[in-house]
Design a protein around this ligand. Structure first.
Ligand SMILES: [Zn+2]
Length: 248
């Protein structure tokens, strides 16, 4: 894995002693790595990320981990809204409408190595490797529906959601019942909220609710289920149960 440190972005400030807890994955939606480096290092753009990974797997370190890079923007995860202060941002040189519209083998290989290193250095939980669309589901879609999350879970970098036994599904149903959650929508919103998503406005705003569901669907449903427009309910219950078992 080629590692380049000679390009530095001026777009960062102090973390103010916040601990690094999350890794946020993005795509640049730009033409190529050269464009991405110059964009992320341009003072006027006021954006940056700690890392950029090119199509050939080269890793560019643009902002030191100890600083607060500006990649997340308005966001929310587990009640925290200043995501930049607690996260590492990784940009991928990928554009769904460009020539760089593949998550290449070399790119994903380097990404996995980088995540592993960061997880070790900062004790980052497997539940805390997130998409930009996870922390900003109402305005962001990156890294998008083709990003290979399955490869990260096969490599044990993120949580591998195990299928629930019948008795476990019953436990979840009982738990919802005890908490007086009757409608599927109520259950879905509570589960999303416990996992970490921003559900503050979604109950009364169906447009936001649908955006949140889409963000979850593109990340967690397999390709066929996405096409068939399958409900996220069963996947979400499975996710919540797995999440509760592994929470620190
Ligand atoms: Zn992004």
């Amino acid at each position: 894995m080629k590692y380049i440190t000679k390009y530095k972005s001026p777009n960062y400030n102090s973390r103010n002693s916040s601990k690094i807890q999350l890794i946020i994955i993005h795509y640049t939606a730009l033409k190529n790595t050269l464009d991405a480096v110059s964009y992320l290092c341009n003072k006027e753009k006021k954006v940056s990320s700690h890392y950029l990974i090119s199509q050939n797997g080269t890793v560019y370190n643009l902002v030191k981990d100890k600083f607060r890079a500006w990649h997340a923007g308005q966001g929310f995860w587990q009640e925290i809204t200043d995501i930049n202060s607690i996260s590492i941002g990784i940009e991928l040189d990928y554009n769904p409408n460009g020539k760089n519209n593949k998550f290449s083998f070399k790119m994903i290989y380097s990404l996995k190595k980088l995540i592993l290193k960061l997880q070790k250095n900062y004790e980052i939980n497997k539940n805390s490797i997130l998409a930009h669309s996870d922390i900003a589901p109402f305005r962001k879609i990156d890294p998008g529906k083709n990003f290979p999350w399955q490869e990260l879970s096969t490599s044990k970098l993120i949580l591998n959601l195990k299928k629930l036994k019948k008795v476990e599904i019953k436990i979840m149903e009982k738990w919802f019942y005890v908490h007086n959650l009757k409608s599927k929508k109520q259950k879905i919103i509570l589960a999303l909220s416990l996992i970490g998503y921003d559900t503050r406005e979604v109950y009364k705003n169906s447009k936001l609710y649908n955006k949140l569901i889409t963000a979850y669907r593109i990340r967690y449903l397999n390709y066929e289920d996405k096409i068939k427009n399958k409900s996220i309910y069963n996947d979400l219950i499975k996710h919540l149960f797995n999440y509760m078992l592994t929470k620190k």
